[in-house]
Design a protein around this ligand. Structure first.
Ligand SMILES: *[C@@H]1O[C@H](CO)[C@@H](O)[C@H](O)[C@H]1NC(C)=O
Ligand SMILES: *[C@@H]1O[C@H](CO)[C@@H](O)[C@H](O)[C@H]1NC(C)=O
Length: 311
């Protein structure tokens, strides 16, 4: 049954065929060569199949023997990560960690926190390295805020990792670290220059890692009443007081975000107002009440109402 297949692949097999068209006296010698050829072909075929079978067996054993544990670890890790908002980052950061291959669900939550803490520590360490370079006061303020926030997050994460509190405490600490990260990146987004790029590179993925931590920790501790699985980053902001150095009088209240503080520091002439209230009719509306009624038309973003002086 294998011969036909063999004949198809081997061009020599068809070679003797045209010989049958030759006169009769020429038939006997080709027949013996044909038989010889057939014999050697079948021998080669048996040899080849033996080799391929042994190769297959070898491949199977090395395949299953070496990677079965790795496959199981990958499955466990990707199941754990599937509930997070950034699963690819989650899988990568977990699989890179020694010991994750034989970890249970709660151990994976622990490892995620450990990985995240280590990344925050590294970011803080490398960010501090540029402390002495020259920066404008705005850049300096964003930079110092980030250092302070990173330090704060490191302490939150290490407390969480060392289980120094209840589940609710840990959720609160992780949420605080997430908010810190958003505040830092928000502050950086408002300045320009090389310090911003360096810092953005240093803190990249930190918020996503904390978000994943929250999701995995909440799931591992059976927290269901609140949804931590899809905690987005980028919409939380911690309110920092402007004058963080001791003794200085804060110019703005604590609840005012950085963006608002920057806005209030900007000269009126360079602010583009959405609505201008002017009694003389030169603005978009004449009264403040009208302006407030109009504000929702500008959507959920901040609406700037400029009230012109006058009476
Ligand atoms: C975190 O991971 C490191 C190894 O990278 C390990 O030495 C350390 O003990 C871990 N910390 C905790 C609290 O598990
Ligand atoms: C309002 O605009 C008009 C012309 O557009 C100008 O003559 C007038 O002085 C403006 N009024 C005020 C109070 O700026």
């Amino acid at each position: 049954m294998g011969y036909g297949r063999l004949g198809e692949h081997e061009p020599e097999h068809s070679q003797p065929e045209p010989l049958t068209d030759q006169p009769d006296y020429n038939t006997s010698p080709p027949r013996t060569t044909k038989r010889k050829l057939l014999f050697s072909f079948s021998f080669a075929f048996i040899l080849a199949s033996a080799v391929s079978v042994s190769l297959l067996v070898k491949f199977r054993t090395t395949g299953s023997g070496e990677s079965e544990a790795a496959i199981r670890a990958r499955v466990a890790v990707s199941q754990t990560c599937s509930i997070t908002r950034y699963p690819t980052l989650c899988v990568k950061s977990l699989l890179d960690f020694p010991g994750s291959h034989a970890a249970s669900k709660s151990q994976l939550a622990h490892i995620t926190m450990n990985v995240t803490l280590q990344r925050f520590g590294k970011a803080l360490y490398f960010s501090s390295a540029i402390r002495n370079i020259k920066m404008s006061s705005l850049v300096r303020s964003a930079y110092e805020d980030c250092l302070e926030l990173l330090g704060d997050s490191v302490s939150h994460l290490s407390r969480s990792l060392n289980s120094a509190g209840s589940t609710q405490d840990v959720l609160t600490w992780l949420s605080a670290a997430l908010t810190n990260q958003d505040t830092c990146t928000d502050g950086l987004a408002e300045v320009r220059g090389p310090v911003r790029s360096v810092m953005e590179e240093r803190v990249r993925d930190l918020g996503k890692l904390v978000s994943n931590c929250l999701a995995i920790y909440a799931a591992a501790s059976g927290v269901r009443n609140e949804d931590f699985s899809g905690v987005p980053i980028g919409n939380r902001r911690r309110m920092l007081s402007a004058g963080s150095s001791p003794g200085s009088v804060p110019r703005f209240p604590r609840w005012l975000s950085r963006r608002e503080r920057v806005l209030l520091d900007t000269p009126v002439s360079s602010i583009k107002a959405d609505i201008v209230v002017s009694k003389d009719g030169n603005g978009s509306v004449k009264t403040i009440a009208e302006a407030i009624k109009k504000a929702p038309e500008y959507g959920p973003r901040r609406t700037i109402i400029y009230v012109k002086a006058g009476r």
